[in-house]
Design a protein around this ligand. Structure first.
Ligand SMILES: *Cc1c(COP(=O)(O)O)cnc(C)c1O
Length: 341
């Protein structure tokens, strides 16, 4: 394989087709064997279930180079399990966990020259996804599906420094009570795009969605969970059935409790509490933690105490610990780092 030459330091978060991707098809009630392919295009029938009734779920994770030169992924088994849960809710045949894990390893191995070097702070972003290829016109689940997994190199999320963002309370809801907010489905994103563009047009970086039933509790943003820190250093994360169970958030909770000896509360968080928190942030695979400096609720400005200059001290400690584990510099809980040989 020819060595890839990219300007790793200027990479952002975008798509570029790279050497190989994984494809497996579901047909006649069972999964066929998966394989790597060079073809980045997906031929589809005009009546495919994904095109008509939006049967699609996905995942997102990263492969990294560690300081000592190993290639690793972070808790891919958790992505595999979450995609099983997502698929079931949309009446799709779940991708067997072993096939998901094989797809991750094979794509990482086949594209090893596309993984940004350790020093760049970048990663190979991996996108597993499952969608209906079978034709449906009467409303029902399709009978044929495809599972694909591609990678694309992405840069250091904080290459211009860690700057707290400003978010606004959205007038739109992200997910319905008892709906699909807890699964990773493209349809949740389709309906969040208008809210996202509306927030951007008003100069905000992101939306804070409230619980759709009462609009008094904090849910999450379009693609990241909230983290809050109280004045006495307790980590607080919102709990609701319509929040996506972020693997980053769950990992940070474990780190806070088991490694840093912090107090953690995972519970409903009233919007009225936000003004009292000392620190606020968003968490997800893309940034790990992105600090929030200001929340604006229809003209009412709430300045988070840690300010607009930097990430607060507690979130910084959590961020450094999780990044240290991912980069192989800190020993994490057993099974979190999956080496691809
Ligand atoms: C993917 C996602 C997250 C973050 O989850 P991670 O597993 O931490 O990457 C949070 N919220 C939503 C809505 C998501 O789709």
């Amino acid at each position: 394989m020819t060595k890839v030459s990219l300007d790793w330091s200027s990479l952002g978060f975008g798509y570029m087709p790279i050497s190989k991707r994984y494809v497996a098809t579901y047909k006649d009630g069972k999964w066929g064997p998966g394989a790597l392919t060079d073809d980045p295009t997906v031929p589809l029938n005009e009546c495919a279930g994904i095109l008509q009734y939006c049967q699609q779920v996905f995942e997102g994770l990263k492969a990294y180079k560690t300081k000592d030169g190993r290639t690793v992924t972070f808790r891919p088994d958790q992505n595999a399990k979450r995609m099983v849960d997502s698929a079931k809710r949309i009446e799709m045949p779940p991708v067997p966990e072993a096939m998901f894990m094989e797809a991750v390893d094979e794509v990482v191995r086949a594209n090893k020259d596309w993984i940004p070097p350790f020093e760049s702070g970048g990663a190979l972003y991996l996108r597993p996804y499952l969608f209906a290829t079978g034709s449906v016109i009467g409303v029902k689940p399709a009978d044929e599906y495809q599972f694909r997994l591609f990678g694309t190199p992405v840069g250091n999320y904080f290459k211009n420094g860690v700057k707290p963002i400003t978010i606004c309370v959205s007038d739109f809801d992200r997910a319905a009570p008892r709906g699909t907010g807890h699964i990773k489905a493209g349809l949740n994103y389709a309906m969040s795009l208008h809210a996202y563009m509306t927030a951007h047009a008003k100069g905000f970086d992101e939306n804070m969605y409230l619980d759709p039933a009462t609009r008094t509790y904090v849910e999450e943003t379009g693609g990241a969970n909230f983290l809050f820190v109280t004045k006495d250093g307790t980590l607080v994360t919102p709990k609701s059935d319509s929040i996506l169970p972020s693997i980053t958030r769950r990992s940070l909770i474990t780190i806070a409790e088991d490694m840093l000896g912090m107090k953690v509360e995972h519970r409903p968080v009233a919007f009225s509490e936000v003004a009292d928190f000392a620190e606020a942030g968003l968490c997800g695979t893309a940034a790990v933690i992105c600090p929030v400096g200001r929340v604006v609720d229809h003209g009412k400005v709430i300045d988070i105490k840690s300010g607009m200059d930097e990430m607060g001290p507690v979130l910084t400690k959590l961020y450094k610990t999780l990044r240290g584990i991912q980069m192989g510099e800190i020993e994490g809980p057993k099974g979190w780092i999956h080496e691809v040989k």
